[in-house]
Ligand binder design. Structure first.
Ligand SMILES: NC(=O)c1ccc[n+]([C@@H]2O[C@H](COP(=O)([O-])OP(=O)(O)OC[C@H]3O[C@@H](n4cnc5c(N)ncnc54)[C@H](OP(=O)(O)O)[C@@H]3O)[C@@H](O)[C@H]2O)c1
Length: 329
């Protein structure tokens, strides 16, 4: 597995990051452990989680994913780069969410306890908080970094102007800037190519995109009639959200067009879809996901076999329309 620098930092991470949000609800602990083991065997040493995971859960499941990861990391913490996030609701109080100083300082300690570690390598804000001044957030994160509880900081689901403005403020305040961004990015959602990805390239900000397979739609296994049982599109509170994102006639038609390109290129559809994300020069490490260990095979293969330039060009053409739309949907 190739390694790359996390943006302009000196930190090296594997070219693929493993996402963990299926752990603790869609996947029980033995399955989660098997997925982590398979990823590690494949050379992945970069792991992404969040305090609010697992996906599709409720107040009773919050934190389970970090707990599972924490148990797995025992005895091997130093061999992995751990990224987690705060912002999503983790309790019933109004201050149990968002990017306030109060919540960030509570959230990092709770994550460290569940992960059974003294520090995370990358601490990310899971969303943009319109009600907290960005200076307050930056100063709280500076304290987290200064105290050694996080090595680097990043954001997720922020628009380009929000990140540019925040990093400008960080520079003016003389505090730690955001060195990574985690946007949604795949063949069916390309809006961030227009502003966020150029900003990241120009500023040396790492891009670690999620949903590279559009939650599984780009594996080509679903048919429009109904989601396959037990899959992401059928999962608790997440199912409706994912159907709203991707379960549309236009997306299904595009998957068929993309499948033709894969067949002609002699590549598995899943490998090609992940390979397309990897082929964007702004992308540092796509975050791949799985609900079973064997699903990782094609995603891992994408990191071993770069996408031929002509295949990338064809896919760019076919999905051009997805560059335009509503980036905050
Ligand atoms: N920052 C954010 O807001 C945010 C949002 C989403 C995700 N993330 C992060 O990104 C990670 C990855 O996101 P994602 O899981 O949405 O990625 P994804 O690659 O779009 O979807 C992964 C899902 O596709 C299906 N799949 C994958 N490989 C397959 C295969 N070979 N055959 C059949 N089905 C396959 C599985 O779902 P089924 O088995 O259920 O079909 C799997 O869980 C997450 O774990 C999380 O760490 C962050």
């Amino acid at each position: 597995m190739e390694h790359v620098r996390l943006g302009r930092t000196g930190l090296q991470v594997s070219r693929l990051c493993l996402g963990t949000m299926t752990f603790g609800l869609q996947c029980d602990e033995p399955t989660s452990t098997a997925i982590l083991n398979r990823a590690a065997e494949g050379g992945i040493d970069f792991l992404d989680t969040a305090d609010a995971y697992p996906l599709g859960g409720d107040a009773s499941t919050v934190g389970r994913t970090e707990e599972i990861l924490g148990r797995w990391l025992q005895g091997k913490r130093h061999d992995f780069i751990i990224a987690t996030k705060c912002f999503g609701a983790v309790g019933p109080n109004r201050w149990d969410r968002g990017n306030s100083r109060k919540h960030i300082l509570d959230a990092i300690d709770a994550s460290l306890e569940r992960l059974q570690t003294d520090y995370v390598d990358l601490y990310q804000l899971h969303g943009y908080d319109r009600e907290t001044p960005v200076e307050e957030t930056l100063r709280a994160l500076e304290d987290v970094v200064r105290s050694g509880r996080a090595r680097y900081i990043g954001v997720s689901n922020w628009l380009a102007y929000q990140l540019a403005r925040a990093n400008g403020k960080a520079e003016a305040l003389g505090v730690t800037r955001f060195d990574s961004v985690q946007p949604r990015y795949n063949l069916l959602f390309r809006e961030f190519e227009r502003e966020l990805l150029p900003l990241a390239r120009e500023e040396g900000i790492a891009v670690i995109p999620y949903n590279p397979l559009a939650g599984g739609l780009l594996t080509g296994k679903h048919s429009p009639d109904a989601p396959l049982e037990g899959t992401r599109f059928d999962l608790g509170s997440a199912g409706p959200r994912y159907r709203e994102r991707y379960w549309h006639e236009r997306e299904f038609e595009t998957v068929e067009d993309v499948r033709l390109v894969a067949d002609e290129a002699g590549l598995p559809l899943t490998q090609m879809a992940v390979g397309w994300v990897l082929a964007n020069p702004a992308v540092t490490a796509p975050i791949i996901g799985a609900s079973r260990p064997e699903q990782l095979r094609d995603s891992l293969a994408a990191a071993e076999q770069p996408l031929p330039a002509d295949v990338k060009d064809r896919l760019d053409d076919i999905t051009e329309a997805y560059r335009y739309g509503d980036a905050v949907r």
